[in-house]
Design a protein around this ligand. Structure first.
Ligand SMILES: [Zn+2]
Length: 467
């Protein structure tokens, strides 16, 4: 009898665990990683940016495939261990770190998140889209994409064009539509509103103010306004209409039949019904804040709708982006907790005391081999060289009783007093352990890193000559 079956790329074994699946997935990812290793060494080869692209586009998807099915298995210790081994090697390559660097340091400097947490995040997102992640959504209902099966046959589609209007003059010149409808959406003070302003000639004849739930996006508001505009047109007895929106994203969503956003689908249904009524509708993108009267009006109404609304929202489906952001926050929190309570990465913590902030700044820092040596302490410094039996003496040449570590070199070593004095004057701060985190976050980062690199290079060179 077969010990396991493979179903749509997921291996299930005879004890109904996903252990074999995860083992296979890791093996596959490691194979890619090994290819990568041949092309990426600490001092030469693929640069970290390229490795990161390969990781995000190839390795992570291999592991995350169908994660929603087997995610609960990823919290088993044995499986977490396998994932850690896999990710540590890759993260080290990504930041050009020595092979002795800890997982936490390597992950932080590579700017990637622990795989087991990513697996949980992907699974959560999948469940939320299916509407089962009660814990995350609370009493909110998820905005679900329409089914492609329900969309009209390509032959039955109404082709849509989007005109462009840059100012009031062009609107007046293109006065071929009887009724002009301006739509807008707005987010202000954390609240969301949308509005429709209907004009005949130079007179506004009717307005609609719509409120959306606070977690909704401006994009949803823009779409809602366009959708309501088409609903108004269905009811109207006039024959030609123009819909004017300043959101190209929303207009494109309506135009693109492949987009299954529920509001876009409803809008297209309305437009189809309108064309059966032998009415003409033109869609226009208008430049925002270009002094177009109708647009200014819709903008003001949308803001009013957002701020003043006390009624139940007209639209309150939760966008996928909200769930994504929420799931990411949960991941970052857990990651930060792990990083801070972990025994490893003590020198990395001096530069990045907070993993959440680091995840955001690390891209701006721009990692390279020397910076990684400084931020991990794993490099050509006597204390490290001695620890790994490459040098007999772990102490600095300034004092036989002081270990030559990164903090010593940067903060205390008298040999570099001159350099330290110069940079302290330049940055107008003392170079102290508890100040480094702030410096790295701020705009003096580059100057400070230059100082670190200068000292590290001198130290490493000195050690090379004495080994
Ligand atoms: Zn010293």
């Amino acid at each position: 009898m077969a010990k396991e079956i493979k179903l749509l790329g997921v291996t299930i074994d005879d004890r109904l665990t996903f252990n074999t699946h995860i083992k296979n997935v890791c093996r596959k990812a490691i194979a890619v990683h090994q290819q990568l290793c041949r092309a990426a060494k600490v001092s030469w080869g693929l640069n970290p940016e390229v490795i990161k692209i390969i990781y995000v586009a190839v390795i992570e998807p291999i592991v995350l495939y169908a994660a929603s099915v087997w995610a609960p298995a990823a919290s088993k210790l044995g499986i977490i261990k396998q994932l850690r081994v896999l990710q540590r090697g890759i993260a080290q390559k990504m930041c050009k770190a020595y092979r002795t660097v800890s997982l936490n340091s390597a992950l932080l400097l590579a700017g990637i998140l622990p795989l087991d947490l990513r697996i949980r995040e992907v699974a959560l997102l999948y469940e939320a889209k299916k509407g089962v992640a009660q814990e995350l959504l609370g009493d909110r209902e998820m905005e679900r994409m329409a089914s492609a099966l329900d969309s009209p046959h390509p032959a039955a589609r109404v082709d849509l064009e989007i005109g462009r209007v840059m100012d009031q003059e062009q609107i007046d010149a293109s006065a071929n539509s009887e009724i002009k409808i301006y739509t807008d959406g707005s987010k202000i003070e954390g609240r969301v509103g949308a509005a429709v302003s209907i004009w005949i000639g130079n007179t506004e004849t009717r307005t609609l103010k719509l409120a959306l739930a606070n977690f909704c996006t401006v994009y949803q508001a823009e779409l809602l306004a366009i959708c309501r505009a088409t609903k108004e047109i269905r009811r109207s007895t006039a024959e030609s209409f123009g819909i004017y929106s300043d959101s190209m994203a929303a207009l494109q969503t309506v135009k693109n039949h492949g987009c299954l956003h529920p509001l876009a689908v409803e809008t297209r249904d309305n437009l189809k019904a309108i064309s059966r009524q032998a009415k003409i509708v033109n869609l226009y993108w208008i430049k925002a804040h270009a002094g177009i009267e109708g647009n200014e009006r819709a903008d003001a109404l949308a803001k009013e709708a957002a701020i003043n609304s006390k009624k139940k929202p007209d639209y309150d489906l939760c966008p996928v982006s909200f769930v994504k952001r929420h799931a990411r926050m949960v991941t970052l929190d857990e990651w930060n907790h792990r990083y801070n309570t972990g025994q490893t990465a003590s020198i990395t913590k001096m530069f990045f005391p907070d993993a959440v902030a680091a995840y955001r700044t690390i891209r701006k820092v721009g990692m390279n081999a020397i910076r990684t040596q400084i931020m991990t302490g794993h490099g050509g410094f006597s204390e490290y060289l001695n620890r790994f039996k490459c040098k007999e003496n772990p102490s600095c040449i300034c004092d036989p009783n002081t270990l030559e570590t990164v903090p010593h070199i940067l903060l205390d070593c008298p040999i570099f007093a001159q350099e330290r004095y110069t940079i302290e004057c330049e940055l107008d701060t003392r170079i102290q352990k508890d100040k480094i985190g702030e410096i790295i976050k701020g705009r003096n980062r580059i100057k400070f890193l230059e100082y670190c690199e200068n000292l590290a290079n001198k130290t490493i060179k000195r050690n090379k000559n004495t080994v």
